[in-house]
Design a protein around this ligand. Structure first.
Ligand code: PLP
Length: 386
């Protein structure tokens, strides 16, 4: 059996090595390292793939979120509602811009932001909602967009974990994750579903004027060379990273399909193991259908009894099975984001699941033998100690 890895970047690279080498050589020969032709062609290809009017590449996913909020002209003191259960980058940029982060609870099935909790948190100062499409599936965008419209709020989608996922509205209309709000943000960090070989990110939007503003902000607020109309940043996707993304974007659907098949295998292997709650699908998908792309499994995350979780992690480790706890501490309890406005009673779900979640190895190179071993290792522990 191949050594089990949480994310196997090496195996996937070996598969596309020749194409990467060729594309790197082209960039090196052109020596157009910033905003070269590879960056342009990647933007256009991603616009087409997502069916979105504008893609603005940038240096990483955290910058994308920051630039989105700068582009929407949010001002210090404006309140921005986001999920308590996410990677810190989401809330970090809100605080960095001196906006006021307002963390709210998530749903117990999808772990994505709870629309009712959003509604309860709205005040006259609220300006934006940042739903996070956590672990590979979309937040309840239909409800979130309705709330945003009703209260005249911006929606900035944190799509770092769900690129390629499709959301289906109740009238049957479909949209790619990240293209439904005013701005979508993504990350091309190597371990994401569409990862480059360093840092990278992008913003998506439909609005021409907003796209123009964002393009200026990523480049020092310049719209005409050496004319700085707004305060900007330096946040660019470099041409070598764009070359990697150009090789991988045409493969994204098949990569996501491999992740889904791996998730399906886990579900089969783990159903019936005592104490294990399998990942739940939002929308109409009760089970993981291989055809459906409503979930692209950035993570395959189980709930296990809180008193056994850390022991399980250690047990798996001892058997050569890596696992991850995303995320062990709710953001409202992190020192940097403590606030008097929060009541513990309002975070019932995040408080509970942060003690129960365990993510198993998930990537495009997992094979059945490895997954069988992982499932057996997990069952052995839970059947004995659980
Ligand atoms: C990875 C991630 C980010 C940040 O992306 P970087 O490219 O690492 O800056 C933001 N939000 C979420 C939910 C993420 O998973």
């Amino acid at each position: 059996m191949k050594k089990i890895q949480m994310v196997d970047l090496q195996g996937q690279y070996q598969d596309i090595k020749a194409e990467i080498a060729e594309r790197f050589e082209t960039v090196l020969d052109q020596s157009s390292f910033i905003n070269g032709p590879e960056v342009q062609s990647f933007s256009t290809a991603l616009e087409k793939y997502l069916d979105v009017a504008h893609v603005i590449p940038c240096a990483n996913g955290t910058d994308a979120l920051q630039i989105a909020m700068m582009g929407l002209d949010l001002q210090p003191g404006d309140e921005v509602i986001t999920a308590d259960f996410t990677f810190a980058a989401t809330v970090e940029v809100i605080a960095l811009l001196q906006l006021t982060p307002v963390l709210v609870d998530v749903l117990p099935d999808t772990f994505c932001i709870d629309p009712q909790a959003i509604e309860r948190a709205i005040t006259p100062k609220t300006k934006a909602i940042v739903p996070v499409h956590l672990f590979g599936q979309c937040a309840d965008m239909e409800a979130i967009l309705a709330i945003a419209q009703k209260h005249n709020l911006y929606v900035v989608e944190d799509n770092a974990q769900a690129i390629g996922a499709t959301y289906t509205f109740s009238d049957g209309r479909k949209a790619k994750a990240g293209t439904m709000g005013h701005v979508g943000c993504t990350s091309f960090f190597p371990s994401k579903n569409l990862g480059c070989y360093g840092d990278g990110g992008a913003l998506f939007c439909q609005d021409e004027a907003l796209a123009h503003r964002l393009r200026g902000i990523v480049n020092h607020g310049m719209y005409i060379r050496y004319h700085h109309d707004v305060v900007g940043v330096n946040s660019r996707l470099d041409s070598l990273q764009a070359a990697v993304l150009n090789a991988k974007l045409p493969r994204l659907d098949s990569y996501n399909q491999k992740r889904r098949l791996a998730a399906q295998r886990y579900n089969t292997l783990l159903s019936g193991v005592p104490g294990v709650v399998l990942p739940k699908m939002s929308s109409g998908c009760g089970a993981i259908c291989a055809q459906c792309d409503c979930h692209v499994f950035h993570q395959y995350t189980l709930l296990v009894p809180a008193n056994l979780r850390d022991g399980l992690v250690a047990h798996l480790q001892s058997l050569g099975v890596p696992s991850g706890v995303y995320y062990p501490i709710p953001l409202h309890r992190q020192k940097a984001y403590l606030s008097e406005r929060y009541n513990e009673a309002d975070f019932e779900v995040t408080n509970r699941i942060s003690e129960q979640v365990i993510s198993l190895p998930m990537h495009t190179e997992l094979d059945e033998e490895q997954q069988t071993y992982i499932a057996q290792s997990l069952a052995k522990f839970l059947c004995t100690d659980g």
